[in-house]
Design a protein. Structure first.
Length: 141
């Protein structure tokens, strides 16, 4: 919808032109939830383009979080201290990014496992030599 001319503090939003609303409904078994989100924009866009942008954002979010859960069992994480939780989240995303860069037949979850089992594969994921990897891990050759 176009921005109402009498919107409070309209002068503080440079070039504000439209307000959009997206209602997301999801069901899982017998549970259902509804989330309402509002968006503002400086350019008028149609409903179809807006829906594509919102869905595109959620596709990225869902793919990332699903992959983190499957690969690193993120939903089972019980770290509550904020700094530690942020550090762990950062490390998992970095690890996921490095695993995704590998060009092989393995799934992301299997790449993680193989990196734990095979020092050469771990070195390949980290982009370092196997010797440096072994030294960093304190392994004996």
């Amino acid at each position: 919808m176009p921005v109402p001319k009498d919107l409070a503090n309209l002068d503080k939003w440079a070039k504000l032109r439209t307000i959009k609303v997206a209602i997301r409904q999801s069901e899982s078994g017998s549970k259902s939830s509804t989330e309402v989100r509002y968006f503002i924009a400086s350019v008028p866009i149609g409903v179809t383009a807006f829906a594509r942008y919102v869905r595109g954002h959620w596709a990225i979010e869902n793919t990332l979080f699903w992959c983190l859960d499957v690969t690193f069992r993120e939903d089972e994480n019980r770290v509550r201290e904020r700094t530690t939780a942020n550090n762990m989240a950062w490390r998992k995303r970095l690890g996921l990014s490095m695993l995704k860069q590998q060009k092989d037949k393995y799934s992301i979850a299997m790449r993680r496992r193989v990196a734990g089992w095979n020092l050469d594969y771990l070195a390949k994921v980290l982009g370092i030599s196997a010797l440096k990897c072994a030294l960093a891990l304190g392994a004996h050759l």
